[in-house]
Each structure stands twice: as C-alpha cells, then as structure tokens.
Design a binder for this molecule. Structure first.
Ligand SMILES: NC(=O)C1=CN([C@@H]2O[C@H](COP(=O)(O)OP(=O)(O)OC[C@H]3O[C@@H](n4cnc5c(N)ncnc54)[C@H](O)[C@@H]3O)[C@@H](O)[C@H]2O)C=CC1
Ligand SMILES: CC(C)CC(=O)C(=O)O
Ligand SMILES: [Mg+2]
Length: 356
C-alpha cells in the first residue's frame, strides 16, 4: 500500500517523539511491504519563527493533499509573549478547524506491566482502566467569540462556549458508535446544572440515545467526573464531552495509566483526512534531552494505520511491540520504577521498532 503522510513535528519534544514514530512506521513498511511517503511541514512556533504565522498556507495545503496527518506538539515558553492570534497553539487550532477534525478520540488504557506506575492504589487499578474519551474538537470555548478590553476602567475579558445541535449530534454519533464496539456505555460529562450549552448537550444526547437502545447512557457533572476518574475509573467506558472538558479530563485519565507520555489520539475529519497526535504538549521542560516518552506518539501511529489505512494487522503489530517493550521492563524516565533504570527516547523507539 502506498500512502502519503503529512508530518508536522511542531515544537519542543514534538521533533524527538515524531522521529521515533517514523522509525517504527518505517519498520512496519519494510516488514509488511508498504510505502509511506512523508511530506514535512512546519506548524506552531517553528512555523512562526520562519513565516511569522503558526499555520502557513503551505502546511494546510500539504495536509489537505495527504492521506493522513501526523503531528508532534506545538508551543513553548519561547512564544509566550507572541500576540495571541499568532501563538503556536492557534496554529494547531486552525489546522483542526481547517481539516474539520470534529472528533478527538483519546483512549486511556492501563498496561499490565505499567500498573505499578499508576499513582492510584492497587485495588483501584486492579479493576482495570479502559476509557475512551470522545472529545468535540472544533467547537466550544476554544473557538467561540472572545475579547479582551477595558470596561468602565477595568480590564475585562470573555470567551464564549457555544454549540449548536448539529455539532452535538455529530460528536454524539461518534460516541454511541464507538460504545457499540466496546462495553456499550456512554457517560456525558457536562455542567448542565449551570450552563445553557450543557443543557442543550443533554437534550440532544438523550434524543440521540433513542437510536442506540443497547447503549446505557448516563450523565455526570464535570466536577464529579474529575473526582470519579480517580476514585473508580473502571466505571467509565466512553466519556462524551465538549472541547475544554475533554482536554482536561483526558490529561487526568492519562495519569491514571502511569504517564501522559502513554496516551495517543486520533482526530477524525469530516473531509476524510484524519490527524494523529499524542495527547500531551511540547513539554519544554524536557525538550532537547532525548528523555521524552515517545510511546503515545508511536501508539498514535498505530491508530493512523487502523483508522486511516485500515491496516489492522500492522496496527496490532505496533501495539504488541509496545506491550513487549514494557513487559521487558524497558522504560523512559516518566514510567520507570522509583529506583529502576531508564532509557532514552531514541532507545525505546528503536526497541519498539526492533520488536515488530
Ligand atoms: N497538542 C498540543 O500540541 C499541545 C500543546 N500544548 C502546549 O505545550 C506547551 C507545554 O504545555 P504543558 O502544559 O507543560 O503540557 P505538556 O503536556 O507539554 O507537559 C506537561 C508535563 O508532562 C510532561 N510530559 C509531557 N509529555 C511527555 C512525554 N511524552 N514524556 C514524558 N513527559 C511528558 C512534561 O515534561 C510536563 O512536566 C504549552 O505551550 C502548551 O500550550 C499543550 C497541550 C497540547
Ligand atoms: C494546545 C491546545 C490547543 C489544546 C490541547 O491542550 C490539547 O488538544 O490537548
Ligand atoms: Mg491538552
């Protein structure tokens, strides 16, 4: 199979972790007889430094003319004082919008070999953690009207959370369809005791649930959900939620599994060009040291093979190789035993590639 992949490494550890995922993809191509052509494009701070914009037109074009997009992460302290609309993160938001990436699927599963890396007590972890966060990605407060201004001599700012029923239906369908292939439970996480937008989510999701009689639907306020995730994570199957709550709760879920460096994601596009990226950011605090955990990014490559190219056997080969590496006790610093050894980002990437 011949496929073109737009590769946007971004900033910070983005560069290091994407290189490891490409190493693994190259091995898959060699072993299974595929050809993956990488088209590199700048995004985020790296693009701002060169073109004074975090999403150059050329990058969007390269992404739109590829079969899938593979992204590292954007951002960093270096660009903190850049004007708001040119910040690296705006490049990522614009790319998500530009590709119509409405659904961000963030699976959080705990590996047997990593149970001791979870900060939760053994009796909680023993019950298992297998959650799919289905996060709406191109609406809500990250894209709503916003303004910073002076009102009556007082500095003031607002950001608007706005959704229409079609946006809610589209992401809910993804959640229900996903649940049908899993344990058939959807938990809508919202703040319907306060927000009108959440009330609309509840109404629309309830209506949608009539088409899925086999799926159990329940509702949880986001403050409670953030507590329940720690207290009893095994109660969750699919968490359906808006852009901002999904962003926050998926970082929280990642920690249950041992590290944010373990969680991949797929962003599903309305125009068919899906994007894959780890759920974490550019980690400026550890960038350039070859110590980041590339497994979330490598697992995102597996999601790309599954969702974009329908290469199930190849996706499983990557997932099995990651599991094998963990079972053999090969660890990056974020998931190592307290007094255990650890390897570099590039070493664990090679170890995964060698086990395919
Ligand atoms: N998708 C994206 O491109 C995202 C970008 N960001 C941006 O990244 C920058 C840093 O943001 P933070 O809030 O610090 O979040 P972050 O996710 O980059 O880092 C949070 C903490 O997790 C650690 N960490 C993250 N990924 C890791 C990995 N693969 N291996 C080991 N440790 C890892 C970091 O060292 C840090 O201590 C900001 O500019 C932010 O806007 C944040 C989240 C997502
Ligand atoms: C950097 C933001 C644009 C989003 C974010 O934190 C995320 O998608 O995880
Ligand atoms: Mg985030």
């Amino acid at each position: 199979m011949n496929k073109t992949i737009a590769v946007t490494k971004g900033d910070g550890i983005g560069v290091e972790i994407v290189d490891e995922a490409l190493k693994v993809l190259d091995r898959v191509a060699e072993k299974f007889g595929h050809k993956f052509e990488y088209k590199y494009a700048l995004i985020g701070g790296a693009a701002y430094d060169k073109y004074h914009t975090p999403l150059p037109e050329e990058t969007l074009e390269i992404c739109k003319s590829s079969d899938a997009v593979f992204l590292g992460a954007v951002g960093g302290d270096k660009w903190d004082s850049v004007e708001p609309d040119l910040r690296p993160e705006k490049g990522l938001l614009a790319l998500r919008k530009g590709l119509g990436l409405y659904a961000n699927l963030r699976p959080a599963t705990i590996y047997e070999a990593l149970k001791s890396a979870s900060p939760l007590k053994d009796y909680i972890v023993e019950k298992g953690v297998d959650i799919l966060v289905v996060r709406e990605l191109i609406g809500g407060i990250y894209f709503g009207d916003r303004k910073t201004y002076v009102e009556d001599g007082v500095r003031t700012a607002y950001d608007v959370e706005k959704y229409n029923e079609n946006e809610i239906k589209r992401i809910s369908k993804m959640a229900f369809d996903s649940a049908m292939k899993r344990r058939k439970k959807v938990t809508l996480v919202d703040k319907a005791n306060v927000l009108d937008s959440s009330k609309l989510w509840r109404e629309v999701v309830k209506e949608m649930s009539k088409d899925y009689p086999e799926v159990e639907l329940d509702f949880m306020y986001v403050d409670n959900a953030s507590m329940q995730l720690i207290k009893n994570p095994s109660q969750f199957d699919v968490i359906l939620t808006n852009n901002i709550f999904g962003d926050i709760l998926s970082d929280e879920s990642s920690q249950i599994t041992g590290s944010i460096g373990m969680l991949p994601s797929a962003s599903i596009s309305e125009i068919g060009i899906h994007m894959y990226e780890p759920i974490h950011g550019s980690a400026p605090d550890i960038a350039g040291q070859d110590i980041a955990n590339p497994l979330a990014t490598i697992l995102s490559a597996a999601m790309m093979l599954r969702y974009s190219f329908d290469l199930e056997e190849e996706a499983v080969a990557i997932e099995n190789a990651v599991e094998k590496v963990l079972e053999e006790g090969i660890r990056t610093i974020d998931i190592k035993e307290p007094k255990g050894e650890y390897v570099k980002c590039s070493e664990i990437g090679t170890a995964v590639a060698e086990r395919i």
